[in-house]
Structures are given as C-alpha cells and as structure tokens.
Ligand binder design. Structure first.
Ligand code: ADP
Length: 240
C-alpha cells in the first residue's frame, strides 16, 4: 500500500485529532479539577494541596513535591480491569510527574506535597496524554504556581504513514505492513518537549515528522485547555 492510498480505519486524515473537549472545575471538594477527553478516552484529574507531606521521610526540604497517581477505572474498558496499582499505572504516574515538573513551581512549598489524582473513566488509547492534559488544567485551577500549562498528544505510525492521535484499534490491533508505533509527547506552549516515549519502531526522519505533527496539534489542545480555564477563572471555583 502506498502512502497515497493509505486510509485510517476510522476515516480520519493522518493529522486529524479525535474530537477534543475540556472542562475545568468538575469536583467541588478538590482544590482544582478538570476533565479532558479525546474521542472515547476520558480523563478526570483532581488536585489537593499544597499540604503536609506524608510519609515524612519523603519530604523535600528544598521544595514541594508533585505526586501523581494515575488509575484506570475498572469499568473504563470492555473487559473489567482488576483494581489497584500495576506496573503500567506506576509507570504512567511517574511519566505524568516528569511531564508536568518543568512547568510546576513548588520552590515556595518546602516539605509540602501537591497530590494529583488522575482517573480514566473511559480508555480508548492516548490515556496518558489525556491524563496529563487534565492534570495540567487541574493544577492551574488549584492556583498552583506554574510557568504555563503543558499539552500532550500522541503521534505515531501506521505501517509506513505518520499519523496523529492513535485510537485503541490503531494502537493495539493495526497489523498491516509494519504495524503501529505510538509516540506520546508533551509540549510547553512554546513547543518545548517535556516528555516523549516511543512504543514501536520508527526511522529518524519519520520521528521528526511525527514530532512536528504532534507539536502542531499540541497548539490546538492548548487552546482548548486555555478556553476551559478561562470559563471558570484560574485558581477559582465558580462552577457549582
Ligand atoms: P495509552 O492509554 O497512554 O495509549 P497504552 O498504550 O499502555 O497507554 O494503552 C493503550 C490502551 O490500551 C489504553 O488506552 C486502553 O484503551 C487499553 N488498555 C491498557 N491497559 C488495559 C487493560 N489492563 N485492560 C484493557 N485495556 C487496556
């Protein structure tokens, strides 16, 4: 199949995102909260803090700690997921912390912790990106000092074609030719990368193409996040 004849299983253009939406202030008891969805993937994030850091031996006297906890609801996919942490959720929690760390400024909060709880209510691939996008908005909503928010999106490759925002079928079941490669990337608004992972194979030149495609899409996502934040006013709870 040549790149010209290439068709995505769901008919999207190669650089087309699934429909994206965002809402800030969805959990009244949290200090900050947000929802971010892309297609059938829905993430919610709740921020609590800065608050006393327990356990004490994990306190950092130099600055506050960002602690992320990513969970997939047992009902988020067709087959029920066994509740509780596993290797994948532990990895994604760490990745989320690292993706957010360059923009979160906790220098004024020594020995404190900011907890970010991320729940996937529906999962159709791209969950780490949706979770990071929701977490960034929830942190801003909580009034945590930040240089700016970050925007995350996966690019990838289906057989020989670089595409944007793989869904679950494309991510796990696409088996034409070279199969699929998934490349989640997180960007600052000025296009710097704070996180990148590569699951699969890709050449150097196609990786560059994928990064550019994701960078452009991250601007679209940033606008959606910003609009949702403006609707409630940063650092304030106004939706009831
Ligand atoms: P991401 O969700 O960030 O793309 P993965 O590539 O690990 O991360 O997962 C791809 C998709 O596979 C998930 O979004 C979800 O739809 C599905 N998935 C992951 N773990 C499970 C699981 N334990 N049971 C069923 N589906 C899962």
């Amino acid at each position: 199949m040549t790149a010209k004849e290439f068709k995505r299983p769901d008919g999207r253009k190669k650089d087309e995102l699934r429909p994206v939406s965002a809402k800030v202030g969805i959990i009244p008891n949290a200090d900050g909260s947000a929802m971010f969805s892309t297609g059938d993937t829905i993430a919610i994030a709740a921020v609590y803090g800065p608050k006393e850091h327990h356990p004490r031996n994990q306190r950092n006297p130099a600055k506050g700690t960002l602690r992320c906890d990513y969970k997939m609801g047992s009902f988020s996919v067709t087959d029920r997921i066994r509740p509780g942490p596993n290797r994948r959720s532990t990895e994604i929690s760490k990745i989320t912390e690292w993706a957010l760390a360059p923009v979160v400024m906790l220098e004024d909060y020594p020995n404190k912790v900011v907890d970010v709880h991320i729940h996937m209510t529906q999962a159709d691939a791209g969950t780490r990106c949706a979770g990071i996008n929701a977490a960034a908005m929830a942190l801003a909503h909580a009034g945590i000092p930040m240089k700016d928010i970050v925007s995350s999106i996966a690019a990838g490759k289906l057989d020989k074609t670089v595409v944007l925002d793989l869904d679950k079928y494309e991510d796990s079941e696409y088996d034409e030719g070279e199969g699929s490669t998934d490349i989640p990337i997180t960007f600052t608004p000025d296009g710097k990368i704070t996180h990148i992972q590569i699951d699969g194979k890709i050449s150097k030149s196609q990786l560059k193409e994928a990064i550019e495609m994701a960078r452009n899409a991250s601007k679209e996502i940033y606008e959606v996040q910003k609009k949702a934040l403006k609707e409630v006013g940063e650092g304030k709870w106004v939706l009831q």
